[in-house]
Write a protein that binds this ligand. Structure first.
Ligand code: APR
Length: 257
């Protein structure tokens, strides 16, 4: 009973009284959508060799890399649908409480759920970029039945428009995330180990500039004993549903009063 209703109620109070709520999500929020996290026992990197996402390897062995990339990020991830945690974040945006989502995920599930302000720290698998002429393509414009996919304009090798190991963070997302962290008075971290830099600096920046940190994770992360104020221990879908129920009850009773 460590994760008491009391803690959820406390977090709900913080959220409904917030001025600028920001959510920061990691692989854990998509686990209940059937997408495994990266690290840990059942994580993707325990089954696949992460070198397929190393740029030099990708350029040297495009067919081999693309075969694995397609299997993980398009065939498998492609089936995934938003789960209740994604839906609650979309509802929180609609209600005006949530100002933006900063995500490390590349699965597009926040947008599918209905969030419109999403800063994608690591890019998005639904876009592809030509490694030669730098043109961008939507997934629907590319035929992944023939690998490796080539640019229809210059025949250059296409690469998913998410960042590979060693690549820099997209500038716009980086800056927007920093600004959002600074503005946040309540900052919600969902499903991230906090092991990957520079993304893991964003919640720390939020804390240092005055935000209350609420964390949703069934386990302890690097953030938990470092910056977290309220740890809601459990699966994202279950916790976010309970949290939203509490917020709705409190908002209704506020209106009645
Ligand atoms: N609900 C919430 N959290 C969960 C759930 C769940 N159902 N299941 C697992 N988790 C938590 C785990 O306890 C862990 O803390 O989600 C976290 C997943 O951690 P990682 O796999 O390390 O994911 P993340 O922090 O997003 O990784 C960052 O690493 O390889 C890169 O670019 C990749 O964006 C990714 C980055």
């Amino acid at each position: 009973m460590e994760n008491s209703d009391n803690k959820i109620s406390q977090a709900a109070d913080k959220i409904m009284n917030s001025r600028h709520l920001v959510a920061f999500t990691g692989a854990g929020i998509s686990v209940e959508s059937g997408i495994p996290s990266f690290r840990g026992e059942d994580g993707l990197w325990s089954k696949y060799d992460p070198q397929v996402l190393e740029l030099s390897h990708f350029h040297q062995y495009p067919l081999e890399s693309w075969t694995v990339i397609k299997e993980i990020f398009y065939d498998f991830f492609g089936e995934a649908r938003p789960n209740p945690a994604h839906v609650v974040l979309a509802d929180l945006e609609k209600s005006g409480l949530l100002k933006c989502v900063i995500t490390q995920n590349i699965d597009n599930l926040h947008q599918t759920a209905g969030n419109t302000v999403v800063h994608e720290f690591h890019g998005n698998s639904h876009n592809l970029v030509c490694t030669k002429c730098k043109r961008h393509f939507g997934l629907a414009e590319v035929n992944l039945d023939v690998l490796p996919p080539k640019c229809g304009l210059c025949q250059g090798l296409l690469k998913p428009d998410f960042i590979f190991f060693g690549e820099g963070i997209p500038q716009q997302a980086y800056q927007a995330s920093h600004i959002a962290a600074e503005k946040a008075d309540v900052f919600l971290i969902i499903g991230s180990t906090g092991e990957v830099s520079p993304a893991n600096q964003i919640p720390v920046h939020a804390k240092n500039t005055g935000a209350t940190i609420i964390e949703v994770n069934p386990e302890k992360s690097r953030y938990t004993s470092y910056i977290t104020d309220i740890h809601l221990k459990g699966k994202a879908g279950e916790i976010m549903t309970k949290l939203m129920e509490q917020i709705s009850i409190k908002l209704k009773s506020k209106v009645i009063k």
